[in-house]
Design a protein around this ligand. Structure first.
Ligand SMILES: C[S@@+](CC[C@H](N)C(=O)[O-])C[C@H]1O[C@@H](n2cnc3c(N)ncnc32)[C@H](O)[C@@H]1O
Length: 244
């Protein structure tokens, strides 16, 4: 299979778990994924992904707020935040190609920043809300990233983390895991610009901690009133916390 960057079959994937994940490999993988990112997501999520991002943006209560969308990719959540009345939205991502794909859409009012969730180039207490959708799992140190989100949020500010999770109903969980490891990588061969990245996707979802662990990480990082909401039978979990 060919991608814009050559033979994707030769590409080295980042580690799926948290141990040994290399941010240069994460960045390179998302650079390869960028050209067909939206199409692949829509197909592989059976059209659910747009709703997940809408719910994420709404949970940030963006009306009149200064919002940072971390790991923004091509800016789908960021655009949704603006559409819902945010005063200003900053979309930050490690992958330059993702940002370039988003900037081509020229969403007025969005500020694009090429940067790392683990070292945000903003002062303390800069934002009213921080969102991250399908990004935290890909960082090399999610707990350090959560501490950075707490740092740049004003007291009382909202963090919304949208991430894949394990479906709550046993039989559905079984079918879903078979889909992740079986059909998903095969469909990705057809619809994605980098099919191996979707093998990484499946493995990283299975290696991701459960809801309770993630909620504990939010508390540890300085968030209170942490709430969890399941979407699509628990394929996705939304964690929300308020900066202490
Ligand atoms: C699956 S995409 C999600 C994009 C977008 N939030 C969405 O919902 O469609 C994951 C994104 O996380 C970005 N990413 C991974 N590690 C990052 C880091 N340490 N800092 C900033 N962005 C990161 C990748 O470049 C990629 O664009």
């Amino acid at each position: 299979m060919r991608s814009d960057h050559g033979d994707a079959g030769d590409a080295v994937l980042p580690a799926a778990g948290r141990e040994g994940k290399d941010s240069a490999l994460v960045q390179a993988m998302f650079d390869r994924v960028a050209p067909r990112y939206d199409v692949a997501n829509a197909v592989l999520s059976l059209g659910q992904d747009a709703r997940w991002r809408r719910v994420t943006a709404a949970a940030a209560r963006p009306e009149g707020a200064d919002v940072l969308d971390v790991a923004a990719g091509p800016g789908n959540v960021a655009a949704e935040l603006l559409g819902r009345g945010a005063r200003a939205v900053t979309a930050l991502d490690l992958s330059y190609e993702m940002l370039r794909a988003g900037a081509r859409r020229a969403t007025p009012g969005l500020t694009w920043v090429n940067g790392d969730a683990l070292a945000l180039p903003f002062g303390d207490a800069t934002f009213d809300a921080v969102t991250i959708s399908f990004g935290l799992r890909n960082t090399t140190d999610p707990r350090a990233a959560l501490a950075e989100f707490a740092r740049v949020l004003r007291p009382g500010g909202r963090l919304v983390v949208c991430e894949f999770a394990d479906p709550t109903w046993g039989p559905f969980r079984h079918v879903y895991r078979r889909y992740l490891l079986g059909a998903l990588p095969r469909v990705a061969e057809v619809v994605s610009s980098d099919a191996p990245a979707y093998r990484y996707l499946a493995e990283s979802i299975l290696a991701w901690p459960d809801r309770g662990t993630l909620a504990g990480w939010l508390r540890e990082a300085g968030f209170e009133d942490v709430r969890v909401r399941d979407l699509s039978g628990g394929i996705v979990a939304l964690h929300r916390g308020l900066r202490r």
